[in-house]
Design a protein around this ligand. Sequence first.
Ligand code: SF4
Ligand code: SF4
Length: 170
Amino acid sequence: MDTKKEENSLILITKNLLIGLKTTLTTFFQKPVTFQYPRERLKLAERFRGVPKLNINKDNSLRCVACMLCQTVCPSEAIKIKLGYVDYGNKHELTERQKQNKSLEKLENNIYNDGRRHPESFEIDLLRCICCGYCEEICPEEAISMSDKFEFGFYTRDEGIFGIDKLIKL
Ligand code: SF4
Ligand code: SF4
């Protein structure tokens, strides 16, 4: 190899090395863009959508009236509802829509007995759910809404199927 070429390649290597070192030194003193998950967590956006949860009334009764709309609209067929017609003398605070229903029997301030139907079982397969929010959008009773929970670990697929007891705690 001739000496001129050798000199040029040496200069090039040194130049690239210095550029690399400059990048290392400047980023060394900057705040890291990575974080130590799960000890450190990013602040979730206000409208972040985790998995859906079931909402309850002040008297701990389910808001859901088993209309099946969410099950029908769910694109990933993650929701399974079994309809129950049991009248359990449900007393609950009404949604705006329910307040407009004149056939309800008023017991006291904002407390009514509507003898409504309810889900005997309500399951969401979290492994199928794609957190699209369609179920929340379609629900006429504000009975299902998107939680901010998104971290789950399951050993079996069945563990990913959440029933009423787990869905109201999300
Ligand atoms: S968020 Fe979407 S995918 Fe998940 S249960 Fe609701 S409708 Fe189904
Ligand atoms: S959660 Fe809402 S949309 Fe789904 S069955 Fe219950 S009332 Fe209907």
